[in-house]
Design a protein around this ligand. Structure first.
Ligand code: GLC
Length: 436
């Protein structure tokens, strides 16, 4: 039996240590600036500690980076300059006419979690006046962000937002990207020095060929000043299940918020309807029985079974039959995600049956706490309460054994990547809040 109180205490200490005042660094050494989806998870951690003021400050810090076209950038460079690479000097957000002029940011976004995060904060803040004031303040920014996701990022109007860089998925080097990324040319890439392998062993990080392509893509997007032409011309264009599921979950939340604030709901209802349809017609693969990403370069689904597909459950995007099929054929299958002689913990980021599976390399197999939390709550939404509990128990066991690591080896539970990682701590604290 794992004792939860000492874990909570240790988690609160991680949050406090990584608190930079204006924002909370995901890791002061490895990621010393603000990251968009990290800020959302972190805010839940502060709220779970009862510090709603601090939670709101986290969200505000993310919103401060918003571009005039509505985009919320994936990194806001508070505290720049630092040793982080690629930094503000490579991104050059100043080249984009829509970017803030007083604060450097990256030029791409990350999974849209803030919509449901602000609804959770609104629902749980005991100070109702403060809760309403913050909701009123944040709602227009979030609505503008989602409008941008539905226009700039859906140029063909199919009801899904495309990502134009693997980093926008949050799952940087997932095998999902192997095929679309292989089309990115790296000739003429200037020499550069990676900083991510300074604190973490390179066998746990992306390979150099991937890193070259990550950078070549940034240079491509930058040469278009991150404008609409970059979204059409990017050699990497994918409709990602995780990204769009979180977009949908956030829009469910924005719908509730709009009602509470007396704002019109028609536009949001339309968004919800369109993504429900697109998940069925485009992303559900009836043969594999799973939601798969879509490669706009080949106009085909990407045949990689990744844990992100299960996050469709968190957004209620599966029919009950589809949910059951994903669970029975994949999540409970010891050859895919479930423990077997080789692995002991749920949920590896990629099915073990995938040829790209690597249990120690970043997003190619290890367990990440944020995906576990989203998957567990998705399962609960569909009535798979025991499985949801099992994932929670495994998560606690990993943290009890190895601390608040960035990711974990699903075979041994060994902590990998950087230690004292903020969202692992924040979600241990805020786990229950994700139920809505
Ligand atoms: C890594 C992760 C990304 C996260 C960032 C900061 O780039 O892949 O998902 O947001 O670190 O923690």
């Amino acid at each position: 039996m794992i004792e939860i109180d000492p874990l909570r205490k240790a988690a609160a200490e991680v949050l406090r240590r990584n608190d930079r005042g204006e924002f909370t660094a995901p890791s002061p050494r490895q990621y010393p600036h603000l990251w968009l989806w990290d800020a959302g998870f972190t805010a839940l951690g502060w709220a779970a500690l009862g510090d709603f003021e601090r939670a709101y400050r986290e969200v505000r810090a993310a919103l401060r980076g918003q571009w005039r076209n509505g985009m919320l950038p994936h990194v806001v460079f508070y505290g720049w300059p630092s040793a982080y690479f690629p930094g503000a000097d490579l991104w050059r957000s100043d080249l984009a006419p829509e970017a803030p002029t007083d604060l450097p940011t990256s030029g791409i976004t990350q999974p849209p979690v803030l919509g449901f995060v602000i609804q959770i904060l609104f629902q749980h803040d005991p100070d109702r006046q403060r809760a309403s004031a913050f909701a009123r303040e944040a709602f227009p920014a979030l609505r503008a962000y989602h409008r941008w996701l539905h226009t700039a990022r859906d140029p063909e109007g199919i009801g899904l937002s495309r990502i134009v860089h693997p980093w926008e998925s949050g799952m940087d080097n997932s095998p999902l990207w192997d095929a679309p990324l292989s089309r990115v040319q790296t000739e003429g890439l200037p020499p550069y020095q990676r900083a991510d392998v300074h604190w973490v062993h390179e066998e746990q990080r992306p390979r150099s060929i991937e890193y070259d392509r990550f950078l070549a893509l940034i240079l491509h997007l930058r040469s278009h000043r991150y404008g609409e032409s970059s979204v059409r011309s990017s050699p990497f264009r994918v409709y990602d299940v995780l990204f769009n599921a979180l977009r949908h979950r956030s829009e469910e939340a924005l719908f509730v918020m709009a009602q509470a604030l007396g704002e019109p709901t028609g536009e949001i209802e339309e968004w919800l309807e369109r993504s429900r349809a697109a998940f069925q017609t485009r992303l559900w693969d009836p043969e594999i029985g799973f939601f798969l990403d879509w490669d706009c370069g080949t106009d085909r689904r990407i045949p990689v079974i990744a844990a992100g597909g299960l996050v469709a459950l968190y957004a209620g995007l599966a029919t009950p039959d589809q949910a059951k099929e994903m669970v029975d054929r994949h999540l409970r299958n010891p050859k895919a995600f479930a423990p077997n002689g080789g692995t002991r913990y749920l949920v590896p980021t990629v099915s073990k049956a995938d040829p790209g599976w690597e249990p120690r390399r970043y997003w190619r197999g290890p367990i990440w706490i944020n995906l576990n939390a989203l998957i567990a709550h998705g399962l609960a939404r569909y009535g798979f309460h025991e499985l949801a509990e099992e994932i929670h128990r495994h998560t606690l066991a990993l943290i009890a054994q190895s601390g608040f690591h960035e990711y974990y080896d699903p075979r041994t539970g060994e902590g990998l990547g950087i230690g004292d990682f903020t969202w692992s701590a924040a979600l241990l604290l805020g786990w229950d809040l994700l139920s809505g």
